[in-house]
Design a protein around this ligand. Structure first.
Ligand code: 13P
Length: 245
């Protein structure tokens, strides 16, 4: 069965609520494509206005972060039930910026993946290596280990619904894109690793995106790349070109 392409924007810490609504209006006609799952992953404060702005369109709503408890004394955090109630469908987990700047480790990331599934949210689980690991040649072991840790206790049926984003850290926001062959190598490695951890049917079903200064067409032509997680270019009309690449 062919996997459905998924193109997601990661807005990161950009767009005030009013700018967010404007961007939705700008992109509305540019991202129309019923053959692709289109997702905007937006800052917490933009979730409610963006949910309203994308009503009646093909765009799905995503969030960038949450905490693993449902409610309580966790100042500054938002919960999975809050996201769900606001209309969020996808949730980015394990982005390298959260790992590196905010100190999220694989134990927490694994808890978040399980909590997201338990709450009816679809994780976009990010993995990827630093430039040092790429140059040392140990990146394949690193990525397999991230996937094993982050999916500990996650069922095959859940992994069939999962989205994994391969984002080499050295390509994020740098204008340095992995070549299509480099990206394909790692996306295939991830799929093969899922086959080892689970089974062939699960590996066949899981959707794997590339992210990092993405230039879409060539990367999307590769057999194991099912879409993209887009940072900077998701804030402009360029995002429409990637959706329709
Ligand atoms: P850029 O597309 O800006 O390189 O960001 C990629 C990214 O981190 C998406 O999550």
């Amino acid at each position: 069965m062919a996997r459905r392409r998924i193109i997601a924007g990661n807005w990161k810490m950009n767009m005030t609520p009013s700018q967010a609504v404007e961007l939705c209006a700008t992109l509305k006609d540019l991202v129309k494509n019923d053959a692709v799952d289109v997702v905007y992953c937006v800052p917490a404060i933009d979730i409610v206005p963006v949910a309203e702005a994308i009503k009646g369109t093909n765009v799905n709503l995503g969030a960038e972060n949450f905490y693993i408890e449902d409610k309580g004394a966790f100042t500054g955090e938002i919960s999975a039930p809050m996201l769900k109630d606001a209309g969020v469908k996808y949730i980015i987990i394990g982005h390298s910026e959260r790992r590196d700047i905010f100190g999220e480790n694989d134990i927490l990331i694994n808890q978040k993946v399980k909590k997201a599934f338990a709450s009816g949210l679809t994780p976009i689980l990010c993995c990827g290596e630093s430039l040092a690991l790429r140059e040392a040649g140990t990146y394949t072991e690193w990525i397999k280990r991230q996937i094993s840790w982050d999916l500990e206790g996650v069922t095959a049926d859940q992994v069939k619904e999962l989205v994994i984003a391969y984002e080499p850290i050295w390509a994020i926001g740098t204008g340095k894109t992995a070549t299509a062959d480099q990206a394909q190598e790692v996306c295939k490695l991830i799929r093969d690793h899922i086959a080892e951890m689970y089974d062939a049917a699960t590996a066949e079903a899981v959707r794997i995106q590339y992210g990092g200064s993405m230039n879409a067409a060539e990367l999307l032509s590769k057999p194991d790349i099912d879409g993209g997680l887009i940072g900077g270019a998701s804030l402009k009309a360029d995002f429409g070109q990637i959706v329709n690449a």
